[in-house]
Design a protein around this ligand. Structure first.
Ligand SMILES: [Zn+2]
Length: 315
């Protein structure tokens, strides 16, 4: 089946094979709102009780690639309806200006979340995207599990698995707070929104959300991908997957080395030395694939600055 117009949804009903399906963006912008409506993609899937939504159905796709240049938001609901339970959805988005806080009103309109600006905005964009899909899946009685989340070359890509029950909770779908006075981050739950202040200086936090606060990647799945990449001798991919495995379950933000140096009035600390110092003191710390000049850790910004100062003295 196929729909013409703004998006093109291609499927093949004659086979149950897991082919790559693509919803593509238009070659050009429609001339008017009326034209846009007429050119809008036709929704071919009607609801979760339809026979084709059942496991094993040949009528839905196992893997969908929604390859957007710009906003992904218009395609999210169609993508969910078109995917089998247990199937994979590969979503691309280049709408960085909305998701990184430069155009927060646009983020609100497209994804239902207000995005603000701070040093870890690329990870925020991935989490806003995942959160929007999670919320839309949940409204249909379904859920998603992130397989991997990738930021590369100003492009946001997430691979998600559709599952048969809602995965959204008030713990994994909430808010990220940033203190512009001291640079610290804190996750904020729905019930604590009225108390969203920095624990170090009592300043009101700048909040982004609601967004996905759970794991960015499925570690077991990434290990399988890593094994295949090793067999194929894809050394760069093996390295990338190793970093992603390491960062999967850290708090939903990172600290840039520049921020640590600037706020501590220090030279920019060496990444490996700072991670080692934090780990030796009992904190979790690792690198992130999103920014080679940043670390992810469960230590606060002030602890990072304290250890960076120690490194400055030692070296
Ligand atoms: Zn603060």
């Amino acid at each position: 089946m196929r729909s013409a117009g703004r998006g093109v949804l291609e499927t093949n009903e004659s086979t149950a094979s897991a082919e790559l399906k693509t919803i593509k963006n238009p070659p050009s912008t429609p001339a008017s709102a009326k034209d846009a409506r007429e050119r809008a993609p036709i929704c071919l899937f009607v609801g979760q009780n339809s026979p084709h939504r059942q496991v094993g159905s040949p009528l839905l796709t196992f893997k969908i690639d929604v390859d957007c240049f710009g906003k992904a938001a218009p395609y999210l609901s169609t993508m969910i309806w078109a995917t089998k339970i247990g199937g994979l959805m590969y979503l691309t988005c280049t709408d960085g200006r909305s998701l990184t806080g430069r155009l927060p009103e646009n983020s609100l309109k497209a994804y239902g979340s207000y995005a603000r600006s701070h040093p870890a905005i690329q990870e925020q964009a991935l989490r806003l995207l995942i959160g929007s899909v999670q919320q839309q899946a949940s409204s249909k009685g379904l859920g998603i599990e992130p397989i991997f989340s990738l930021w590369f070359n100003a492009t946001y890509r997430v691979m998600l698995r559709l599952v048969a029950s809602s995965q959204l909770t008030s713990q994994n779908y909430g808010f990220l707070g940033f203190c512009h006075r001291c640079g610290n981050y804190k996750t904020v739950s729905w019930r604590k929104l009225s108390q969203a202040v920095c624990e170090f200086d009592n300043q009101p936090l700048t909040l982004t959300g609601a967004m996905w606060l759970g794991q960015l990647h499925d570690v077991a799945y990434l290990h399988k991908m890593e094994q295949i990449a090793q067999q194929w001798q894809w050394d760069k991919v093996v390295g990338l997957l190793s970093v992603m495995i390491g960062e999967a379950d850290f708090p939903p933000y990172f600290y840039t080395l520049r921020e640590i140096g600037s706020r501590g009035k220090l030279p920019i600390p060496k990444r490996s030395h700072l991670i080692e110092a934090l780990q030796n003191a009992g904190y979790r710390a690792t690198i992130t694939h999103i920014n080679p000049e940043a670390i992810k850790t469960d230590a606060d910004i002030h602890t990072c600055i304290k250890f960076a100062k120690t490194l400055n003295i030692e070296h």
